[in-house]
Design a binder for this molecule. Structure first.
Ligand SMILES: Cc1cc2nc3c(=O)[nH]c(=O)nc-3n(C[C@H](O)[C@H](O)[C@H](O)COP(=O)(O)OP(=O)(O)OC[C@H]3O[C@@H](n4cnc5c(N)ncnc54)[C@H](O)[C@@H]3O)c2cc1C
Length: 293
């Protein structure tokens, strides 16, 4: 867009010279919206020796998205961060493997040098909200089963909040603070509960959320986050499709020699992680360019 290819009116509003008016540039933004319930893990359930976070991955069909099988993913994650508190917190996360909501990327109103405005619009579509509410209930039920509750206690809705982001930085201060926090957590069950309820969680208790659909939906919308899988803003399509940006050979429609070779080509997000598909797109487009030039 800052090079002059995009929705003409928007470019003009941002004082960018229009080279090619293509309405679809920046539209159709998709992701795998994510929601988590975390809990305190007892010592034997932790993965203290693991060099990185381990994920167990469950793919399932909600039965609530007509025509879509495997529309949901649930993950069990053995620790939440590098630090001492994060090593004691495990997480169940659910994400929409296929979401109906669409977002958009635009040039910032404060100018082209300040980065884009990104509006994901996660859960704007009711079908997405309903499936997240359902996923939340499923995760809560898992925490309630005997085998899990023996090892994972005090479950709470978690999010990548400002406080979590600050503690995520591997600094001396954070090491010190989280070592202190972890020592307190280990001191007694009561202290652990008080810490989780008063310091770690910033949402109402699970029981309250589960008994009030409107409250739950409001908190889900507030705490939904990204899996960092943004795709779709230069989607492929037929040459006469006014909202397509790229032709099936990945060339920008209306140009001779500009090609796109990344995850923004995807018309619809892949039903799982995007990194390998993005690499496949790169390889395929490289072959196509060799054939056509
Ligand atoms: C924190 C994080 C964790 C992730 N974890 C996973 C995971 O576990 N599994 C998985 O499958 N996927 C994961 N992803 C998603 C995955 O990384 C992306 O889907 C994938 O990298 C997309 O590839 P891409 O080529 O479309 O974009 P990118 O990999 O983002 O490549 C875009 C490139 O363009 C360059 N660039 C940008 N602007 C310009 C410019 N103006 N001029 C020149 N160059 C420019 C950038 O520097 C970058 O190198 C993760 C993403 C993030 C951010």
């Amino acid at each position: 867009m800052v090079s002059g290819i995009g929705p003409g009116q928007h470019l003009a509003e941002r004082s960018v010279q229009i080279l090619l008016d293509r309405q679809g540039v920046g539209q159709n933004l998709q992701d795998h919206p994510l929601l988590s319930i975390s809990s305190y893990l007892s010592r034997e359930a932790r993965a203290d020796g693991a060099s990185r976070r381990n994920f167990a991955y469950l793919r399932y069909s909600s039965g609530m998205a007509e025509g879509w099988d495997s529309d949901m993913i649930m993950m069990a994650i053995c620790r939440s961060s590098w630090h001492a508190v994060g090593r004691r917190i495990g997480t169940l996360s659910a994400n929409l493997a296929y979401a109906f909501s669409r977002g958009a990327v635009r040039i910032s109103s404060t100018g082209i040098d300040t980065g884009p405005e990104v509006a994901f619009n996660w859960l704007a579509d009711k079908r997405d909200r309903d499936r997240m509410v359902d996923a939340f209930h499923r995760m809560a039920r898992i925490y309630g089963t005997g085998d899990v509750s023996r090892f994972a206690s005090f479950p709470f809705m978690s999010s990548y909040s400002a406080r979590v982001r600050v503690l995520q930085q591997n600094t001396f201060r954070n090491t010190f603070l989280t070592n202190m926090g972890a020592a307190l957590m280990e001191s007694s069950k009561t202290v652990r509960r008080l810490m989780i309820e008063n310091y770690i969680q910033d949402t109402p208790p699970l029981k309250t959320l589960l008994s009030d659909r409107d409250l739950l939906e409001a908190y889900i919308c507030r705490n939904v986050g990204s899996t960092f899988h943004p795709v779709g803003t230069c989607r492929l399509g037929a040459e006469d499709d006014p909202l397509a940006v790229t032709a099936p050979d990945s060339r920008v429609i209306g140009t001779q020699n500009i090609f796109v070779a990344d995850a923004s080509l995807m018309p619809e997000i892949t039903r799982t992680n995007t990194n390998i598909p993005a690499i496949m797109i790169g390889e395929k487009v490289a072959d196509l360019i060799k054939e056509t030039t």
